[in-house]
Design a protein around this ligand. Structure first.
Ligand code: SAM
Ligand code: SF4
Length: 466
């Protein structure tokens, strides 16, 4: 198959040189980089490289402390929650790490009907979710891409008791510009796609058949999304396939490319690590495993390098790792996830149609109780996207710190909605205490707005935001 002619230039030679130079960084240089990071202006590739091999315990704790401070300064106590909705595990690609790969006969194939999609959506609504990430393999049933469009309509049209899904993000294979336009017309939130690895040689080794073998078609997907007027995009790397240092610097080149070409970078970065998957040896034996310490470093370094870009942590990771990384920079988490189509409608946590094994199996209510106990304010906010504060508009508000004046109040109002409408008694008690404790830490404007919105929620109003 011939390759798509356009690409996003990734300068591999420069990346290796930068990594090498970074390894020689002295302690004083590392401290200078941490100082710069605290100014919330982001870091250059050379500076990022100087942090990657820090191993001295004191410098390392300085690195983590800096990431914690940045997280706190920009995101406060908020942690946005969502659930993935897998609608189909049919796939024409042969990604050697994924259970959905075409030749894997151990997996039961299933594409949910629109009724089944509505049923899964109702279950997520009844759990209290407001934000969904729609996920599918790359082989749509008979209707082709229309299947996805209908699924989006189905999710948005589903209402149950007091709830509805207010924001639907998607994680889908690369699309054509006109398909992106159709997604945009359906009012998706974020279009998310992971390059998996930015290292061409490794990419070729792990993607053995199907459209996904075309590195260029995949790496240019975000460009086409932007051309299709989707300015809210998410990128990511599948950690464990190749050297994480290379991946971080390559991802930074991708981000700079987007900033230069479209004036705005990604809204989110996802950090999946390879997890075991049925029918995949590679998934159980990652070629370049990332240790827990390195993983924490990755989150902390990204938090410093691109402070205003959200970092998403999925339930691939265990509850313990998730807890540690919230403080270091994670701003969005999934909870109560299933990665098999129809998974929310069965009791079987991981049947033979799941994409990979999960590290965190806890239901949403338990995750909410845990994170509020740790002092976070779980947020189901969908305000920015519904008020058109996306892409460059979002960043223009985020960088001077003004976005907080919206995010905090909206986090409180949506968290309170959850506590009143869906939480168990125990979670409600822990959650109300977290609200009371954390309000004092807000600036006056955010506190006042939060209290106003929460008063409306207590009076019975829903979906109030600013
Ligand atoms: N099929 C589309 C694609 O590949 O772009 C979209 C969804 S795919 C189901 C979502 C992501 O799951 C992939 O981009 C990949 O990073 C991740 N994934 C696949 N196998 C995995 C594994 N064994 N462990 C962790 N993540 C995995
Ligand atoms: Fe298919 Fe995506 Fe899995 Fe690859 S990662 S096999 S494209 S579902």
């Amino acid at each position: 198959m011939s390759e798509y002619k356009e690409t996003v230039p990734i300068d591999e030679e420069r990346i290796w040189k930068t990594i090498e130079a970074g390894r020689r960084a002295r302690a004083s240089q590392v401290l200078e980089v941490l100082d710069k990071a605290r100014s919330l202006k982001g870091l250059e590739a050379e500076e990022v490289a100087q942090l990657m091999d820090v191993s001295d315990p004191e410098l390392l704790s300085g690195l983590f402390a800096t990431a914690r401070q940045i997280k706190e300064d920009i995101y406060g106590k908020r942690l946005v929650l969502f659930a993935p909705l897998y609608i189909s595990n049919m796939c024409g690609n042969e990604c050697s790490y994924c259970a959905f790969r075409a030749r894997n006969t151990s997996v039961k194939r299933r594409a949910l009907s629109q009724d089944e999609i509505a049923r899964e959506t109702r279950i997520l609504i009844d759990q209290g979710h407001k934000r969904i990430l729609l996920v599918a393999g790359e082989a749509y049933p008979r209707e082709g891409f229309d299947y996805i469009l209908k699924a989006i309509d189905t999710v948005y049209a589903t209402r149950h008791e007091r709830g509805e899904i207010r924001r639907l993000n998607v994680n889908l294979a690369p699309l054509k510009v006109e398909e992106f336009q159709a997604l945009r017309d359906r009012k998706i939130g974020t279009y998310q796609i992971f390059q998996e690895t930015y290292h061409r040689e490794t990419y070729a080794k792990v993607h053995l058949a199907g459209k996904k073998t075309d590195f260029n078609w995949r790496i240019t997907a975000i460009d086409r999304a932007m051309q299709g007027n989707i300015d809210d995009v998410g990128i990511g790397v599948l950690f464990g396939l190749f050297d994480w240092r290379f991946e971080i610097l390559a991802m930074m080149q991708h981000i700079r490319h987007l900033e230069q070409k479209f004036g705005v970078g990604p809204h989110t970065i996802s950090v999946p690590r390879l997890e075991p998957a049925v029918g995949s040896d590679l998934a159980s034996h990652p070629p370049r495993p990332v240790t827990d310490l390195e993983f924490r470093k990755i989150i902390a370094i990204l938090r410093m390098a691109v402070p205003y870009t959200g970092i998403i942590m999925s339930t691939r990771e265990t509850a313990d790792i998730r807890r540690e990384t919230f403080a270091l920079g994670v701003s969005q988490i999934s909870a109560g996830s299933r990665t098999n189509p129809g998974g929310y409608s069965t009791d079987d946590q991981e049947d033979m149609s799941s994409q990979f094994s999960l590290g965190d199996h806890r239901p949403l209510d338990e995750v909410i109780r845990d994170v509020s106990f740790l002092g976070y304010i779980p947020s189901f906010c969908t305000g920015c996207y519904r008020l058109g504060r996306t892409g460059k508009d979002f960043m223009d508000l985020a960088k001077p710190g003004e976005i907080k004046l919206h995010c905090s109040p909206n986090a409180y109002s949506t968290f309170l909605e959850y506590l009143i409408d869906y939480a168990s008694d125990e979670t409600r008690t822990v959650g109300e205490a977290a609200i009371a404790r954390s309000l004092d830490e807000l600036d006056d404007v955010s506190r006042q707005r939060s209290q106003n919105l929460m008063a409306k929620v207590r009076q019975g109003k829903r979906d109030v935001f600013c």
